[in-house]
Design a protein around this ligand. Structure first.
Ligand code: NAD
Length: 291
């Protein structure tokens, strides 16, 4: 299939590699030259902008940081809709607000372009292995059209409802991830301060009722290794908690832990940790415990 791929960061670069491995011909665009060069080395063709990436393609995949960037990439000058032909399908793999993808989809539809929201979960490791969970919102026919491509990057793919439903499931998931990561950091600091070695805490808790993805995915590779290169960066987790907080406000749902967790990431950002992996929230307790 002739595809476009825009956004070649921590996730996009790895998903692209699997899409190419599955035999698709891919044209790419990213504002970062190094990311584009790496994609070309994998066999991708490069485009000058989003419009050119979309020209003549059947499907264009996006893996971009936030709603504003997805909106400008699709709707803005030099954006996808300028280059798109009737029948193009946009598959947005980014995590953005349901309202934003619904707005973009409404404008695109009037130009004969369909969109599905297909946010992913499973981190950079899942992206590398092609084992991501993908939660899709949109029309059934578009889901089925995208499925062969989605199967090259994910192993658990669910159609969860109309446009925006995928992003809604994703923000609920990342509310839990964000809260759990702060809880893991706090709990490990307490255990260490009380005299237990961190690796002992990890060995036991990862096989006990306190276990979570935040512990198993983030302890050895990041916290124990003292390497906080993302991964999933604090700025993006902060954004995802904002999506959850905004949605909860609109629905009048209290989000006690979500708001507290978001403040922890706000402190981390104010401490200069925004571009580090979310496991770096443990550094907020560094003065208290030495992990
Ligand atoms: P990232 O910052 O590493 O990558 C984003 C890429 O988009 C960068 O290469 C950047 O140069 C590019 N970009 C930014 N603005 C652009 C523009 N206007 N046009 C073209 N390219 C542009 O982020 P990431 O970690 O790869 O995350 C991408 C999306 O996936 C986000 O929405 C994030 O929330 C979501 N996500 C991330 C993870 C993770 O573990 N990192 C997991 C699941 C979902």
């Amino acid at each position: 299939m002739e595809l476009g791929f825009i956004g070649l960061g921590a996730m996009g670069s790895k998903m692209l590699a699997n899409v190419i491995k599955a035999g698709h011909s891919v044209t790419v665009f990213d504002i970062g030259q190094a990311a584009v060069d790496a994609a070309v080395a994998l066999g991708a063709k490069k485009a000058a902008n989003a419009a050119e990436t979309a020209r003549g393609k059947e499907i264009v995949l996006l893996s971009l940081p936030n709603s504003a960037i997805v909106e400008s990439t699709v709707l803005g000058p030099g954006g996808i809709l300028e280059g798109a032909e009737q029948g193009l399908l946009i598959v947005d793999l980014s995590s953005i607000t349901p309202q934003s993808i619904q707005k973009i989809a409404g404008i695109a539809k009037a130009k004969g372009v369909n969109i599905i929201d297909a946010p992913v979960s499973g981190g950079t490791a899942g992206a590398q292995m092609g084992t991501l969970s993908i939660m899709v919102g949109g029309e059934q026919a578009d889901f089925e059209r995208a499925l062969p491509v989605l199967q090259s990057i994910g192993s658990k793919i669910d159609h969860v409802g109309a446009i925006g439903a995928g992003d809604t499931v994703k923000l609920v998931n990342n509310l839990l991830l964000g809260v759990n990561m702060v809880a893991v950091s706090e709990a490990l600091c307490l255990g260490v301060k009380a005299g237990i070695k961190p690796e002992v805490l990890y060995q036991i808790i990862s096989n006990s009722s306190g276990n979570s993805y935040a512990l198993t995915a983030k302890y050895k590779k990041f916290i124990a290794a003292g390497n906080f290169e993302p991964g999933f960066m604090i700025d993006l987790q902060y954004k995802d908690l904002q999506l959850a907080v905004d949605t909860a406000k609109g629905l009048k749902v209290p989000l006690v832990l979500g708001n507290i967790a978001q403040q922890a990431y706000e402190i981390a950002r104010a401490s200069g940790l925004g571009a580090e992996d979310i496991s770096a929230v443990i550094k907020l307790g560094e003065a208290l415990c030495d992990i």
